[in-house]
Design a binder for this molecule. Structure first.
Ligand code: ZN
Ligand code: ZN
Length: 253
């Protein structure tokens, strides 16, 4: 088997019957990872090496910052900085040298040299900084975990008639997690199976978006004076659920 099966957490997430079971699972795991990264792993050399290689994206850095262990995060950031500085210096030195050369040239040759050498040095430093701020060990591990859950979803759909029924009466997946499900089904299901799977899933997704459109519409109309005493129906949390469906994530007040 390609991935380890995770049937219990997958079933639990489907039982919540939210807009996306993978969002539910992602949120739970995110909380566990915060505990992990701010817990014993701070002193674990292997994790430190990996953190030093990749660092964290802005979203996860913010979660770690509010995770209640400033000294641990400080230790991690100190060693990450020690790793980062020499790498920045390579690109920064190249850029400084080119800039210095340029000041010694006459106007005409400076134009040519800028195009040839300075622009490349600028791009290299910019690219390094971009890659460095986007790469995230937290995102990477979450993705690996979500792949196991997605694999389990497809596996259960194949093997367990009750799960098949549960998925076909669920609210589908958010648009952030849908691609993962589509790709996993594409690689894990045979021709006839994938026919059945997509025949079930795609109308489910479209219906789900249309239902939300009605729910969020009533949510906005409820703010009008004439509707203030009318019932919310199912729209009270339609904003959270629409945000989730369109972008992924769990939104709570
Ligand atoms: Zn989701
Ligand atoms: Zn991240």
């Amino acid at each position: 088997m390609k991935y380890k099966l995770e049937t219990i957490p997958v079933w639990d997430a489907f039982k919540e019957n939210g807009e996306c079971p993978l969002c539910t699972l992602e949120e739970k795991n995110e909380k566990n990872y915060i505990r992990f990264f701010l817990g014993d792993s701070v002193m674990d050399p292997d994790t430190r090496v990996q953190v030093n290689k990749t660092g964290f994206c802005a979203q996860h850095a913010a979660l770690l910052f509010s995770g209640g262990h400033k000294q641990g995060l400080g230790l991690m950031m100190h060693t990450f900085l020690l790793e980062t500085i020499p790498q920045v210096e390579v690109y920064a030195k190249a850029l400084s040298n080119k800039a210095q050369d340029l000041t010694k040239k006459n106007v005409l040759t400076a134009v040519i040299a800028k195009d040839r050498t300075l622009n490349t040095a600028i791009d290299n430093l910019a690219k390094y900084a971009e890659q460095n701020t986007r790469a995230c060990i937290f995102c990477h591990r979450l993705e690996q975990t979500l792949l196991r859950y997605t694999f389990t979803i497809i596996y259960l759909w194949k093997k367990d008639p009750e799960f098949k029924k549960t998925l076909s009466t669920s609210k589908g997946f958010c648009l952030k997690h849908l691609p993962m499900v589509l790709r996993m089904a594409k690689t894990e299901l045979s021709g006839a199976q994938s026919g059945m799977f997509f025949k079930m899933l795609i109308p489910l997704e479209v219906q789900s978006l249309k239902r939300l459109e009605q729910e969020i519409l009533w949510f906005t109309q409820k703010f009008e004076y004439a509707n203030r005493d009318k019932p919310w129906k199912t729209s009270k949390d339609a904003l959270q659920r629409t945000l989730q469906k369109l972008t992924g994530g769990v939104y709570s007040e």
